[in-house]
Design a protein around this ligand. Structure first.
Ligand code: CA
Length: 265
């Protein structure tokens, strides 16, 4: 009996510790949305997805909460009852340069207008309503994973004989410059940021392609094939992909891809 009680106490303590750790690590999301149904749905969905979430219904309340609570992410509706969403985005961006701002809009043609305005009024991403929670969570995950944590983000990424200079948008393989198309470059960056780690197709789609990718992810396969071709074409003629510490991308069937770390000789 005593043993059972002790085991229970230990289990409860473990769960409590785990929940504390998770709460501390959780990214905080502020939802500024006056639509009751959407706001409630987002708040619940974000919490269910492991985020801390606050929801408010006006631009003014949003600005106040953002100041008090320093969220990592703001999901911002454009059509708010008091302040125009674009103005809210501009103010947030000016006050908190590192904040991730995702604009929620009801019309896809609105995005073109917003993007035209002063480099998108400082927004990092856009979602057209209605969007699925799965899409939102995948985008957030991708954004938060690639967010620059510190100034070292501007340092070139180095994996095996590969150097990816994101700031300069240059890529060198064994000191030879590789010419990549924009999506090939971004795909390589997404993998090189997490060398040796499996990156899911969903994450890659969210990081490299901004459009809603529901349906075919064929474009990822095509771009990956092109990237692999360029890598192998850029190798000095006597080397093999994966050989001599040169980079190799492994396909994880039904999951994603992994840029292999060089095997130590
Ligand atoms: Ca609205």
């Amino acid at each position: 009996m005593a043993d059972t009680a002790a085991a229970w106490a230990a289990a409860v303590a473990t769960i409590w510790l785990m929940s504390r750790t998770r709460a501390a690590d959780r990214h905080q999301v502020l939802v500024i949305e006056d639509d009751e149904t959407i706001g409630r749905h987002l708040e619940a969905g974000l919490k269910g997805g492991g985020y801390g979430a606050h929801w408010c219904r006006s631009g003014r309340a949003g600005l106040t909460l953002a100041r008090e609570y320093s969220p990592d992410v703001v999901l911002l509706d454009l059509g708010l009852p008091d302040i125009d969403g674009i103005e809210v985005a501009r103010t947030l961006r000016a006050e908190q340069p590192d904040l991730l701002i995702v604009i929620l809009t009801a019309r896809s043609d609105e995005i073109d207008v917003i993007v035209g305005l002063d480099a998108g009024a400082g927004a990092d991403d856009y979602l057209v309503k209605p969007f699925s929670l799965t899409v939102l969570l995948a985008r957030l995950r991708a954004h938060l994973q690639r967010r620059p944590a510190t100034a070292q983000d501007t340092d070139p990424l180095r994996v095996a004989g590969l150097v990816v200079d994101v700031a300069a948008r240059r890529c060198l393989l064994r000191d030879r410059e590789m010419v990549l198309r924009p999506k090939e470059f971004e795909l390589l960056v997404a993998l090189a940021r997490r060398p040796g780690i499996a990156v899911t197709r969903e994450d890659l789609m969210a990081q490299v392609w901004d459009e809603n990718w529901f349906g075919s992810t064929k474009t990822l396969d095509v771009t990956m094939a092109a990237l692999r071709r360029r890598l192998s074409e850029s190798l000095p003629p006597t080397t093999e992909p994966g050989g001599l510490g040169l980079p190799n991308i492994t396909t994880l069937r039904g999951h994603g891809y992994r840029l292999e770390l060089p095997s130590t000789p």
